[in-house]
Design a protein around this ligand. Structure first.
Ligand SMILES: NC(=O)c1ccc[n+]([C@@H]2O[C@H](COP(=O)([O-])OP(=O)(O)OC[C@H]3O[C@@H](n4cnc5c(N)ncnc54)[C@H](OP(=O)(O)O)[C@@H]3O)[C@@H](O)[C@H]2O)c1
Length: 245
């Protein structure tokens, strides 16, 4: 076991996850780059290592029990604990509301919701061995019920995000529920779990239409991943502060 802060970012081979991995690495953490694609993951790790960061590839498909268990086994063998878990892997399959069917919902929830639960459940034994466990779940501002129910906002006018926005709202509720459970348990009271939304960032997810950079989007994620002991838990934040539920 080392004294290093050990972080794992899911879906870190590109986009927001890659930038979060880079920023955590710059803070001196050993970063595991979760990637379901070996070659894309290797390319990202090579890029981070070239920047003198302590980055390692961790093959990881959040929809697979087998893959997530294998990733936990690798971390257990090499590190023995995990300090920071960033549940970043996510998909968006845009489709008009009246065309959405249960299969679309299932595909989206398998990654965006069940993937988060699979990760937390499987990584919990490693997180329990950390002095300062921090979990950051990446949701989206589309998950805000307040904004989505206001037709004057862009979130209230969007017609193609039934599956995505509802999956991300499930993530904010998961965060609250886990936060409550950690708080109630003496053995877990030192855990911090929060939801981050990066804002509309330019990535593959939106064909690079976002008006913010991944560097800007990663800021709140890194802040929540490095919270002090008196920091919040169970909350929903962007880089401007608290996001309305
Ligand atoms: N872009 C935005 O404006 C925006 C706004 C709010 C929230 N977010 C959230 O930010 C997170 C990152 O998205 P992004 O914008 O950076 O999109 P992105 O560039 O498409 O990156 C998504 C990442 O998730 C990975 N991934 C997808 N399914 C996976 C699975 N089953 N197992 C492991 N990894 C998987 C992808 O891997 P592959 O390369 O193998 O596909 C990729 O590395 C997502 O949760 C997204 O919902 C994005």
């Amino acid at each position: 076991m080392t004294d290093k802060v050990i972080a794992l970012v899911t879906g870190a081979n590109k986009g927001l996850g890659k930038e979060v991995a880079r920023q955590l690495g710059k803070r001196g953490m050993r970063v595991y780059v979760g990637s379901r694609d070996q070659m894309r993951g290797e390319a990202t790790v090579a890029e981070l290592v070239a920047d003198d960061l302590d980055a390692h590839l961790l093959p990881l498909d959040v929809t697979s029990d087998e893959s997530v268990t294998a990733a936990a086994d690798i971390l257990a063998e090499h590190e023995g604990y995990l300090d920071v878990l960033v549940n970043n892997a996510g998909i968006l399959a845009a489709r008009p509301a009246f065309e959405i069917d249960a299969a679309d919902m299932s595909r989206t929830y398998e990654t965006n919701v069940f993937g988060v639960v699979r990760m937390i459940h499987t990584m919990l034994p490693l997180l329990r061995r950390s002095q300062q466990p921090r979990i950051v779940n990446i949701a989206s501002t589309t998950a805000s019920l307040t904004l989505a129910s206001d037709p004057t906002t862009m979130f209230g006018r969007e017609d193609t995000i039934v599956a995505y926005a509802s999956s991300k709202a499930a993530v904010t509720m998961l965060t609250v529920q886990y936060g409550n459970a950690f708080r109630r348990s003496a053995d877990h009271a030192h855990f911090k779990i929060n939801t981050a939304t990066p804002g509309y960032i330019a990535t593959d997810l939106n064909n690079f239409s976002g008006n913010r950079t991944v560097e800007e989007g990663a800021t709140i994620v890194v802040d929540l991943a490095t919270l002090p002991d008196d920091g919040p838990s169970g909350g929903y934040f962007n880089d401007a502060g608290v996001v309305p539920w």
